[in-house]
Design a protein. Structure first.
Length: 238
């Protein structure tokens, strides 16, 4: 066999193995469940797939929220919360992360800031996405008006930020590290707030299958998401 043919065969084999590995990894991620209605245009919200992820464009013009998904959770899982916020005048972006891991590009919100112009930007994230959003925000304090951490905490100093940090987590969360959460409270501004959702767990901020090691929720995902939406919308619109 000629060298060129051997090289071509080797390239095909490597490409095939990479494709198989990518498929295996993708299947191990948490897929969105029951979100189809929130990925379609409605009376008040237009939903678009953009290069950065998803854009939920409501009737509001001056406020926008950028959202970082949790580890290995597919972006569409958070469509119900983003859609509901857009209905209340807060345009929303779900940022797609490399390999569904926010630590691989925690500065990705910069792309939204450069591409879209709003008077006020807010940042939010779930679990690992929230942690990375917080650490990114610690170095971009002047760009945001508020930070919402869903089952997440900062590990970098935000104490001098002029905006509040909202810690929102479920009472029955079995994944959230409470010791690191307590340390995170000390890194937040004094005007920060903590909202504990009675009966909530870790996964119910999104719409995906049960998460390993999570606690048993005594409320529905819709109830947890509605409380989250009300908390965020009230904080932004007050």
């Amino acid at each position: 066999m000629k060298k060129s043919a051997k090289l071509l065969l080797l390239i095909i084999i490597i490409a095939s193995l990479c494709g198989i590995a990518a498929g295996v990894y993708d299947s191990s991620c948490y897929s969105a469940v029951g979100v189809e209605a929130y990925l379609k245009d409605g009376d008040k919200v237009k939903v678009s797939r953009i290069r950065e992820g998803y854009f939920f464009d409501g009737e509001g013009k001056d406020k926008a929220l950028i959202f970082y998904p949790g580890a290995k959770v597919k972006e569409a899982s958070y469509a119900p919360i983003m859609y509901a916020l857009a209905e209340q005048g807060i345009d929303c972006f779900i940022v797609r992360m490399p390999l569904k891991m926010a630590f691989l590009n925690k500065d990705k919100a910069d792309r939204i800031l450069k591409k879209y112009k709003y008077e006020s930007y807010y940042l939010a994230g779930h679990s690992l996405g929230g942690a990375m959003a917080a650490n990114y925000c610690a170095r971009h304090k002047s760009d945001y008006k508020g930070l919402f951490l869903l089952a997440a905490y900062p590990s970098e100093d935000l104490s001098k930020a002029k905006f509040p940090v909202y810690f929102i987590y479920g009472e029955n969360d079995g994944v959230l590290n409470r010791k690191k959460l307590e340390k995170g409270f000390g890194l937040a501004p004094k005007n920060s707030q903590t909202i504990i959702i009675a009966g909530g767990n870790h996964a119910y901020f999104g719409s995906y299958k049960e998460q390993k090691d999570d606690g048993k929720a005594t409320i529905t995902p819709e109830e947890q998401q509605n409380i989250t939406v009300d908390t965020i919308a009230t904080s932004i619109n007050e």
